[in-house]
Design a protein around this ligand. Sequence first.
Ligand SMILES: C[S@@+](CC[C@H](N)C(=O)[O-])C[C@H]1O[C@@H](n2cnc3c(N)ncnc32)[C@H](O)[C@@H]1O
Length: 894
Amino acid sequence: MSDHLPASLPRAHSTDSSDALSNIDVSRALQAAAVASTTGGASSGQSSNSSSRDGDREWEREGGEGLVETPPTSLAEEGSQGGGGRRSARTRGVRSYNLKTLSDAQLPMGAGAGGRSASGWTGKTLVEDDEEAEQDAGADALSEDKEEKGGEVEPEVPAASAVGMEKRERGGSAKLQRRPSVKERVKKVASRVGSVLGKRGREVLGSGKAKKAAASPAVEEEVEDAHLPRWKKQLDTGKKGVLDELDLDAELADLPAPPPAKKARLSVKAGKSPSHEIPQPTAAPIPTAKALAAGKKMKKWQKEGLYVGQDSEMDPMAVPSGRKKLQKKSRPVSSASNATSDETTKPRASFITLPMFSYLDKTRDFTIPFDVFAPSWRKGDEKPRDWHQLNKNRLVGEAKELWEHTQNNLPPSLCVCQPPGPGEQGCDEVCLNRVMQYECNTSNCNLSSDNCSNRAFAELTQRLKRGGAYDIGVEVLKTPNRGFGVRSCRTFAPGQIIMEYTGEIITEGECQRRMREMYKDRSCYYLMELERGLIIDGTKGSMARFINHSCEPNCEVRMVKVNGTPRMGVFAGEEGVGTGEELTYDYNFDNFGTSHQICYCGAEGCRGFLSKRLNKEEMKKVAREEIERKRKAAEEAQRHARKEEEGRRKKMDRGSGWRGWIALDDPETRERLKREKKEKEEAEKLSGRALRMARRRGSPAPQKPVETEEVKGKDTPKRKRKVVQTTETMVETSAPAVLYEKPTSAGAASTLADLAPPSPKRNKLVHTRTLSSSNSKFTEQLSDSPANDSIDHPALPSLTQEPETSIHDAAAAHASAIVEDENDDDEAITLTAPAAAGQKRKRPFAAAARTLGQAVRSGLGLKGDAGSGSGSGSASAGSSGKLKQSTLSFGRKG
Ligand SMILES: C[S@@+](CC[C@H](N)C(=O)[O-])C[C@H]1O[C@@H](n2cnc3c(N)ncnc32)[C@H](O)[C@@H]1O
């Protein structure tokens, strides 16, 4: 953008830090020169200001005769002026009313070729096509007026009389109608404006009328009217014409307050305030568009221009007297801005240039780019992602007690300032409250709020209550090399409060913990000391957390106690803050950790690091650290890239996964798929254990695994078995009975055979499996018995014939009903045995084992109480009923 600037003019300083954002700050001298060299441009500049009210006043002053200043228009619009052979508005010197243009834009466009242009240049702005005939007649009347006035060019000569004449000639019988007077037309438009306004707008209109009626005596009007041209006298709706009826001065505050947000309503309803919220009677969250939307929808009016309050040299509008009110609004603190007027302009960091200045030396029509009106976040701009906005401080953990302690121990303060003289501000640097970092209020200051300049947070609250973008005045934008930053979209006078730094209030201990654990991998911290022992963690916090550091900042951060509550405010520095500037303050921090961050503030006197000034040695050390850090980062990046590449390659090499489309109608493919499927099924069937069993038995692999529990154990590897000191031993004999042993002793995996009393049939043990519960998977130990000569169970048929509980039943029950509860840490295994036919019931392991033991003993004639067969068995259970240890061994009969 600086390319547009004349070579002789000083160029704006562009800092390194914001080059990518067209960081050009047009110097004040340049602006002044540009303003001086451009007359129309200056007024365009003014009208570019979004305040149409300003434009109106300007119009009155400069137009003299009530002519309206031409708003900036595009070349495209000029085309719309050509119709009807009329002279262009520019050559005629006719100026159209800025706000009229706006109101026109809201009206429905006229149909036909002669329809209005949006800008109102055609002169038909206020007249509908169907009224054309009337206008023609009226135009004649007006041209007569003109003649009477000795050829004075009249404004608003909308319809060419020539056209009217032509029509009359053509139509012959065309009825001569009186053209509506300007007054009538204006009234009509006013009524339309009223109709297009929303309810709230109409209220504003109404209140304006009422005010006007009260404020302006008729006599005064008459005197003034005497000097007005005739057409203007007809505008009896007000000094400034119809639009004067709109109460542009009406404060938004006059409007009924929107209903509280839902959350607030609920908490009020419940009669409680949110816990842990610090009572801040004067605080208000920064109203966002959302917050506003929570209330009733209302039209937003931009009441002030972007450059209001800017230093006069900086301000192309040169602050005419009519703007005093606006000026006053944004200069509440002091007249210090004047003091800086002679100083040479210092380069400031800003995000974008203000394009209007580059256009000022061009003598052509132009349209003010949208972002001059609203230089704000646009679609496509990056937004901060992990930002939880918190516009009120929130106490966390122990900070609450500390906070209360702090509050209760604040010494009282009372200022004794005298009311200020004319042009002075009360409660200035010598104010006792100010010195004590207390904000004045009605209880500690005798001055009225108008006279007291030490009520920053109260002012902020008021401003934010209005809730417009201008009132908030700041926005978050991405910088090229420092992450996000905050930019002002209005001006702030020296010392004026801009925003509050809020977040979670934590203790130092908590801060250290967060640094160690939560933020250890971060390069950005949002921690700021509030009071001794209390820290604001802005990670969840207000927009202020995005303010970057500069070694030559334009803001400062100060703690102020407001009604006994310490709060952190961001204030404009000694030179104030201009529109479009990036907000910065001097972090001046002792580094957390050892590394020093390099500073990219771009200021002339940059210290090089985001820390206090370092001595030579420290600088060297930091430089070394920085080199080391960069080297490590590069290495890490390389490693990461290699890893990713490897992963990618592996993925491609892997046989499984997507292998592309196949043609199913290809018989060869179909055959192959069938074969693969079959193989897979077989492989599943002949799982490892089944195969081994089959091998040992010398029989074909079983169709279905006999031992359900085994299948379970194998197929559910994810089961958690947390009983570390438990070893379960499964013993198989030639009978397909399975028993578990669950010794309580921290035992090595002893088999059932080891634990069982010596038995002559001991050698019948054919297979022992140890299930280790300390692992999440079952492990299996297979030991071949020396006498592993038989797998079939001659006893089995007799068992199955047992009328009572047969071993077959028990085995089946056992096999089918191991229920493992994943969540049960203590007892991972229970056995379920059928208590009655067709009914399954969960039983503790011991009971099932006992049942099984009995069955075995009775069925096989085992040794023991019921023993009539060969074999041995024993089971013992703890007093809890759960099996502590069970040992059984079986042998073949005879
Ligand atoms: C409180 S944050 C400021 C907001 C931050 N830029 C973001 O995107 O969230 C502080 C961090 O911003 C970066 N930063 C701020 N000012 C900087 C500067 N002048 N030069 C380099 N980095 C800066 C540093 O990484 C610093 O740790």
